[in-house]
Design a protein around this ligand. Structure first.
Ligand code: MIG
Length: 809
């Protein structure tokens, strides 16, 4: 057992304490207060019809109400709250929920408006005093409902469904993690429960080391607890999983739209250097016509791992190099770590010391610990003035040298300690002090937010030093709400088939935990994939929001052409496909930004009524209309999979596909199973070598037949800058209605972005018979018959502002 965990346990009294009976209660608007005989206090805040916050104090004294997770833009929308006193309980009633609170023991039951139990306390709130640190280990236990299943918690590996498992939340540098490794890098104490087709979410907003147990310790109990702080949680009522997902993002914040190039393909390695090697790689992409938008510099570009410096031997003129790369369509993303080398001649160290920016131990000395550069100091990113200072440090890099994006690593925070420490202890000592934005505390409380606050400082660094550009930040660690500042990747995985599956699961989980902009190191970070594994991983990642190959570089090459000509060619096709799909992916990002909808979704989020979907996580949806299932085994010509109810077409053949049952999807090496929902309109581009290569790329709308109707959206803007805030965007809403011999597509437009091609090409898929007649408004227009890979399609060309097109046969 690790020293720190042992210490945590030793501190406890091991005597569980409970609230006694309620002796007073009162309502003030949307706030309700309950005080117990032993001074335990519960504050309930009704935030919306479906969202309720519960906060407990063991002795009636609450902490200052502060959270890094909650978006300051979040505004409660409380309609009427009814408060009733009954003989043995109280009721708080909204239009959707009834929250019942027992008078005798303060236990809480959440019910829907028909009185059906959604979630109920088992022991409810209880605690153990912590004599060493003060405060308490705060605990909550709930009854596990019959057939209940669980999802969420960020980057966890392991089973799709979290029932019968226990997890902890404590950001950890988990080099070479596996299916059973826990904790990992990201700290998102938010989970979903679903039973009887009803789902809810619980966000335990407490940044101490916390634990979640879903029927692992006791089969019929779900519990969560933290080694300090308050029992403070938000309850979200679905009833759909998607409703819960959107509410969580509403509360913890929506990101900005990223620059469109950030959705392109990125090539990375630890490390490409010197400049000539970077140029070899980038020109190979162009020579082979493999699209690529970004190239990364890992730690070795720095001078002795000193952040914000350059190794002038490897990169004599970074500004010129970045400009030249930019001309060739490549954006440069560089790594910045939190550790600042202890070196009195190094400007960042000097400034940090002068301005008192670094973390200190409990009794006053500076925290010194080894990372890549040797001994380091560490900025206290939980101080607003430190984050401002940090943002300012990016001035030269961003404003002068023209770096386009920043990659924040090692911010769990990770430090190199002797091997007799467990991995999760290789971090700051627990006594280290933090400001926590004016709520001074030890590292026990600040640990899980450290990475998030670092990426926040970085985000502002990009914003203030390139105000016309949209920031692109990628971080390894974060806390709930971190999606406001950064994208993420899943850390140091391995080049194995098992890890392809893990990456698939992790990306879905992180996406439903608030951070949609997520991807994995394609091909695996540690060890070398063979060509087939690399290609299969790449084919899956085409459908992940963040799309980057990265590897540790201590083995062979991991560029798309490193595995021979066949794999190079198939990789090129996969990446090209991504570029064609960019308008659809960008629209999906916009939907995430405007509604909080996760960009990628496990099957259960498409059809929670179907029990078969609740345990599956291989299949996933990207956006509203595309469903994907990676090939996660070598040398197979297909796989078993499952599609949710409804009509779906095989993307490659346009054949209608059975749904709501397991079926065999056959594939070849050049494709993985992809399906499109009937009636979808999938906006796409002609393929490009990088975003912006063509000023007004041809736009295609891939229209799929439906018997019935379906809605689609297409959002586009400049892909950079903030013109969209002043109406420079175009949003097109499509309604597709079809029957036996007719299909109609209508378009409604908003926004005045004009910088797009005059005519759209509409590619018509999966009609039951040959097309006879096409009318745009009153006018009959010509169409042509063509082939799109293996399928027969019809094609028309129409003015982009069309209102209605009728196809019949
Ligand atoms: O201790 O910067 O997860 O992506 O290439 C290893 C070197 C430090 C860990 C990151 C990885 C990166 C590597 N970093």
């Amino acid at each position: 057992m690790s020293e720190f965990i042992k210490e945590d346990i030793m501190n406890r009294t091991l005597e569980e304490k409970f609230p006694l009976k309620i002796i007073s209660s009162r309502q003030e608007g949307n706030q309700l207060y309950f005080i117990c005989e032993n001074e335990v206090e519960l504050r309930v805040t009704v935030l919306t019809d479906r969202m309720i916050r519960l906060r407990y104090a063991t002795d009636g004294v609450f902490e200052n109400d502060f959270s890094y997770a909650i978006d300051t833009r979040f505004k409660p929308k409380t309609p009427s709250v009814e408060f009733k006193e009954k003989e043995d309980h109280y009721q708080i009633i909204t239009q959707q929920l009834t929250c019942r609170i027992n008078k005798s023991d303060l236990q809480v039951i959440m019910m829907d408006k028909l009185g059906t139990v959604i979630c109920e306390d088992e022991k409810g709130f209880h605690w153990e005093d912590d004599n060493t640190n003060g405060g308490a280990i705060v605990q909550m236990s709930k009854k596990l409902q019959s057939q209940e299943n669980f999802y969420g918690l960020g980057d966890k590996t392991g089973k799709a469904n979290m029932r019968k498992s226990r997890y902890s939340i404590w950001g950890t540098d988990s080099y070479g993690y596996g299916v059973d490794t826990d904790p990992l890098y990201k700290n998102i104490p938010f989970y979903y429960g679903i039973h009887n087709d009803t789902s809810y979410g619980i966000f335990f907003d407490n940044s101490f080391r916390s634990f979640f147990d879903f029927g692992h310790e006791r089969a019929n109990v779900t519990s969560f607890w933290a080694s300090g702080g308050e029992m403070n949680y938000y309850f979200f009522y679905g009833p759909e999983l998607m409703d819960v997902a959107e509410q969580f993002v509403d509360l913890t914040g929506k990101p900005e739209l990223p620059p469109m190039w950030a959705l392109g393909y990125h090539q990375c390695k630890w490390s490409y250097y010197p400049e000539s090697q970077i140029k070899e790689i980038t020109s190979e992409f162009r020579k082979r016509k493999i699209p690529c938008d970004a190239i990364y510099l890992d730690i070795d570009y720095m001078d002795g791992f000193r952040c914000f410096t350059w190794d002038k031997e490897k990169f004599p003129e970074p500004k010129r190099m970045i400009k030249e790369l930019e001309k060739d369509g490549f954006k440069t993303v560089v790594m910045i770590d939190p550790g600042i080398k202890v070196d009195k001649d190094y400007w960042v160290c000097k400034e940090g010391l002068e301005k008192d920016m670094f973390c200190k131990r409990a009794d006053g000395p500076l925290l010194v610990a080894p990372v890549w550069p040797g001994d380091c100091y560490f900025p206290d990113f939980t101080r607003p003035d430190v984050r401002d200072w940090w943002a300012g440090l990016y001035k030269e890099m961003i404003a002068e040298l023209g770096v386009h994006g920043v990659w924040n690593d090692m911010n769990e925070p990770a430090i190199f300690l002797a091997d007799n420490f467990t991995q999760s202890d290789k971090t700051f000592y627990p006594d280290v002090r933090h400001d926590y934005d004016g709520n001074p505390c030890s590292h026990r409380k600040a640990h899980n937010v450290y990475g998030m606050q670092m990426s926040r400082g970085t985000f502002h660094g990009l914003k203030q030093n390139a105000p016309d550009k949209r920031p692109f930040v990628i971080t390894r660690s974060t806390y709930a709400g971190g999606q406001r500042y950064s994208s993420g990747w899943t850390g140091d995985n391995l080049a194995t088939w098992e890890h392809l599956k893990i990456a698939n699961k992790q990306c879905q989980r992180v996406a439903i935990s608030g951070m949609s902009f997520i991807g994995s190191d394609i091909g695996g970070f540690i060890d070398q994939p063979d060509g087939e594994l690399y290609l299969r991983w790449l084919q899956m990642a085409v459908f992940h929001p963040f799309f980057r190959t990265h590897s540790s570089g201590d083995h062979g090459e991991q560029e798309p052409w490193a595995f021979g000509e066949e794999i190079a060619e198939l990789s090129r096709r996969a990446i090209e496909f991504r570029y064609r799909l960019l308008p659809y992916i960008y629209t999906t990002f916009w939907q995430h930004v405007s509604k909080g909808t996760p960009m990628i979704r496990p099957l259960a989020f498409l059809e929670q009524q179907e029990k078969d979907t609740l345990h599956r996580m291989e299949e996933f949806a990207l956006g509203d209309h595309i469903l994907v299932c990676p090939i996660s085994q070598p040398k197979v010509d297909g796989r078993w999979m499952f599609l949710p109810k409804g009509d779906w077409f095989n993307f490659w053949t346009d054949e209608q596909t059975p749904s709501n049952l397991e079926f065999w999807a056959s594939t070849e090496l050049d494709e993985i199973p992809v399906f499109v929902r009937a009636g979808a309109v999938i906006p796409s581009f002609e393929s490009m070598q990088y975003v912006g290569e063509k000023k007004r790329p041809q736009i295609y709308l891939h229209l799929y037949y439906i018997k019935g109707e379906n809605n689609s959206q297409f959002y586009l803007d400049e892909g950079e800058g903030y013109g969209y805030e002043n109406g420079e965007f175009t949003l097109r809403n499509y309604l597709v209605v079809g029957d036996k011999n007719k299909l109609t597509i209508s378009q409604q437009r908003e926004g005045d972005f004009e910088n797009l091609c005059q005519d759209f090409k509409i590619i018509i898929h999966a009609l039951p018979e040959d097309l006879k007649n096409v009318k745009v408004g009153e006018e009959t227009i010509k169409f042509s018959k063509g082939k799109d890979r293996k399928k027969e399609v019809f094609e028309i060309k129409v003015n982009r502002d069309f209102e209605e097109i009728v196809l019949d046969w």
